[in-house]
Design a protein around this ligand. Sequence first.
Ligand SMILES: C[S@@+](CC[C@H](N)C(=O)[O-])C[C@H]1O[C@@H](n2cnc3c(N)ncnc32)[C@H](O)[C@@H]1O
Length: 280
Amino acid sequence: MFVQLEEINSRPKPFEFYTAHELWVDEYISRQMLSYHLNGEIDASSRNFSFINKSVDWIISQFEIREGKSVIDFGCGPGLYTERLAKANASITGIDFSRNSIEYARNRARDEKLNIQYVNQNYLEFNSVNQYDLIVMIFCDFCALSPGQRKALLEKFKICLKPEGSILLDVHSFNAFNQREESATYTANPENNFWSPEKNFVFQNTFKYADAKVTLDKYTIIERNRTRKIYNWLQHYDKDSLTKEFAESGLQIEQYLANVAGDEFKADENEFAIVAKAEK
Ligand SMILES: C[S@@+](CC[C@H](N)C(=O)[O-])C[C@H]1O[C@@H](n2cnc3c(N)ncnc32)[C@H](O)[C@@H]1O
């Protein structure tokens, strides 16, 4: 027991393990995630619908989304942004590795007769032959990736971008990092809870990596016949660190915003958004 508890409470190196698929692709958990996406009142899995409507209105006007324009959404979930953007008659692509979310999105597009191409794939393995006017990645998914994965993704973005195209994404801020605290908690869960149809015990360890500005929520989920570890990493940024990271991939940030709905940037918020283009 002592050895197991030591392992549970051990601190890995930043981004040592990538388990995003356990959270988003696992058949059972991804159904819980889908129900969060579709609850328009809350900011879980996706932001609330009132924000999404405001964001899509801003994106359509800011990037002149209309017939002849093309948009790709990395980590599109069940298509809350893609289906709203498609109503502006642009050509829309959504990519996500959650089969449940993509199935839901495809059914919606078919029922609503919307021109959206959905790709059920890990976006780190996605290779596009097309180029787009706008690439979006929304709800801070960029922050869940390791430095190497982010570098590879930004290279992909450059290849997918039309010469005058834009990238819109949001990230967690240093302010959010400062508010997190290290902790170790334990819960005993009944059947049919978030993690499993079976009774389980969950240890949650939150670690902070001060120099790297990274946090980790490590979940050790123990059931009668299996134990899973899920690592939820978050990279945090300020304007300088994100600008540097984009510049290292030949991308230039042109706008800093409070969010992907175009509100004015504020240094003391927990998230911010950027618009970037390829350097000329
Ligand atoms: C926080 S949710 C945001 C969903 C959507 N952007 C929104 O705001 O409504 C992150 C999404 O990214 C997807 N995702 C995470 N990692 C992925 C990966 N490596 N490849 C493809 N999709 C991924 C998840 O399945 C999930 O739908």
